[in-house]
Design a protein around this ligand. Structure first.
Ligand code: 59J
Length: 580
């Protein structure tokens, strides 16, 4: 017998309805909670698991020479990376990938297995866009490409030390690339992408930040002069069997470095098998004793006192001078027992220079050397640049005053030496050094009276043009001036000077009617054709100065007199064929 029991238990019906109502309310609350209250938090959490920011590399600023010739160029390259986790799903494609990458299939497979749980590994960096696309066209799951930039250095080893280079992440590592990294680098942008559970890229969402390109930089150097300097220095190093060398060309009016080269050098585009010796920008990071080139500075100080004029003379006989237990020697036999001031420079008499130095005092030479920047900070801020050392005059005893006057016990860089000579060339006005092209006239400092500088110009011209002068430094069609130096190198280990290793120097400028360029040549340890600065470095100065004056279109100030020729005057052709 059946009964209608539902009607008999109304409480049970109400209970079911009531429970259902509670459940609906709970679900509704949860929906509101998730969709409204916690929405931002949850979306953020979801995005964090699927949205990725990929950096967009910024284009690095172009480095050029003063005429816009490219010296460091960023070109687009493709870098291939892999999601190794994702790649495990398509192992059958690995051999084809290895072939396309030019890698050993076994090595690649081992690497991918070993890093099987990594979501990002580099496969190969810096392919040309074509090479990169060819690999991407294989459509191997988990292989992706990103666009990057790579630096190329069109002038290679000729500008290597000056320009420097960037590392694989495009950060400046050496030279101007390092010194001006912030200026050149720009700011990378950001791109948002969405990935799935396995890390596969689903889609590019948006560029959230545009990359800001770096700024271009025009250096002061002239690539034509840089090539010229590099060629002549390299040849001289080879000819003389020398260990190393530097050459700097400077515009004496603007303070701009027009060329700066060193040997040995390296190719910045292929930095395998680099030795540290090749990488040294010696002109700025190697210090040396200026030897007799210093006499141009000491002599300037003497003339400035007014106590000495070029025609005044001192006795240099017998070519030695005893200071306590120390003997000052002249290396070559001088023209006579007595030399005037110009004669001291021409004969490079250490004895004569010392006697003048005792008269004017060490402080006078010290003050001028300091004003000319010897052993002082250049302010260039070049990576690794050395300051050298100009000892304080209070510490100078008599022997030190003497040796400092002819260039020992002081250490300088090639760039400081060319800078000091530039002031003599620029009528006593020193322009601050710069590696960057300048358009406006620089703020110069009068460090030596104009009359003194002009007197020195005449004397230094005699050093080259006098009968016993350094004729190898002469430049056809121009008058030039300068001073050679041959300095024994201090030998490592022993405290003294090496018996058989020398540094050959030449510093000079021209043309003398209005000096514009100063050049310093340093040749380290010549071993073949002799070692005197006047023999080894002076010819390099001559060739480089000659090329510079010609390339810069400087009017010759020493043309041989035109021969009067008895010839029929040439009648100029008229445009109408001479019909009147
Ligand atoms: C020299 C020195 C060393 C350091 C000496 C060169 C000194 C000295 C101690 C002997 C060769 C040599 C502090 S030479 O530069 O006088 O350039 O054309 O190295 O004198 O006292 O067998 N230069 N060089 N001196 N030391 N200490 C001459 C001269 C110079 C020449 C030649 C001949 C030295 C004409 C050098 C040149 O003017």
């Amino acid at each position: 017998m059946m009964k209608l029991e539902g009607a008999l238990f109304p409480w049970r019906f109400r209970l079911v309805v009531g429970l259902l109502g509670v459940m609906v309310a709970a679900i509704a609350w949860r929906i509101i909670d998730l969709q409204v209250v916690d929405r931002d938090f949850l979306k953020g959490q979801g995005d964090a698991r699927s949205v990725r920011h990929i950096p967009i590399p910024a284009h690095r600023g172009l480095i050029t020479d003063r005429n816009g010739e490219p010296l460091a160029v960023s070109t687009p390259v493709t870098t291939l990376w892999a999601n190794a986790k994702e790649m495990q799903l398509a192992k059958e494609k690995w051999p084809a990938l290895a072939a396309a990458l030019g890698q050993d299939p076994k090595a690649l497979a081992e690497r991918l297995e070993a890093q099987a749980n990594k979501e990002f590994i580099y496969l190969v960096r810096g392919l040309t866009p074509e090479q990169g696309q060819a690999v991407l066209d294989l459509k191997v799951p988990g292989v992706y490409g990103i666009e990057e930039f790579r630096r190329f250095y069109p002038a290679g080893e000729v500008t290597a030390h000056m320009v420097g280079f960037t590392d694989i992440d495009d950060h400046g590592r050496e030279g101007v690339e390092l010194a001006y990294d912030e200026w050149l680098a720009g700011v990378p942008g950001k791109r948002q992408v969405i990935k799935d559970r396995r890390g596969r890229l689903i889609k590019d969402v948006q560029v959230t930040k545009n990359a800001k390109a770096g700024k271009p930089l025009a250096l002061s150097i002239d690539l034509r002069l840089q090539y010229l300097a590099n060629r002549e220095l390299r040849n001289a190093i080879i000819e003389n069997g020398a260990k190393a060398g530097s050459l700097v060309i400077m515009d004496v009016k603007t303070g701009e470095i027009l060329a700066m080269v060193n040997q040995p050098t390296y190719n910045p585009n292929n930095r395998r098998n680099l030795q540290p010796a090749m990488m040294r920008n010696r002109a700025m990071i190697d210090v040396f004793e200026p030897g007799s080139t210093m006499k141009a500075i000491s002599m300037s100080a003497a003339i400035e006192t007014g106590r000495w004029k070029p025609s005044d003379s001192v006795e240099v006989y017998p070519g030695t001078l005893q200071i306590g237990k120390y003997t000052i020697k002249d290396v070559s036999k001088t023209e006579g027992p007595v030399l005037d001031m110009t004669g001291i420079l021409i004969n490079s008499s250490n004895v004569g220079m010392s006697k003048v130095a005792f008269d004017i005092g060490g402080e006078t030479i010290f003050r001028l050397a300091q004003k000319l920047g010897l052993g002082q900070d250049t302010g260039l801020g070049f990576p690794g640049e050395r300051v050298g050392n100009l000892p304080n005059y209070r510490e100078w005893r008599k022997a030190e005053t003497a040796t400092l006057s002819y260039g020992y016990g002081i250490s300088v860089t090639a760039i400081q030496l060319v800078h000091a000579f530039s002031a003599l060339a620029n009528n006593g006005r020193l322009a601050p050094l710069t590696l960057i092209k300048t358009d406006k006239a620089p703020q110069t400092t009068q460090v030596l009276p104009e009359t003194v500088a002009k007197t020195m110009q005449g004397m230094l011209q005699q050093v080259i043009e006098a009968p016993r002068g350094v004729f190898r430094a002469q430049v056809p069609a121009y008058h030039v001036g300068g001073k050679s130096g041959t300095a024994r190198k201090t030998s490592v280990g022993t405290k003294g000077y090496a018996e058989n290793s020398y540094r050959s120097l030449f510093a000079g400028f021209g043309p003398m009617n209005d000096p514009r360029y100063a050049i310093v040549v340093v040749i380290d340890e010549p071993t073949k054709a002799g070692y005197f600065g006047g023999l080894v470095s002076a010819p390099v100065f001559s060739r480089v100065m000659s090329g510079t004056l010609r390339l810069m279109n400087v009017t010759p100030d020493n043309l041989p007199p035109v021969q009067q020729v008895n010839a029929t005057p040439v009648v100029p052709l008229k445009a109408n064929g001479g019909r009147g």
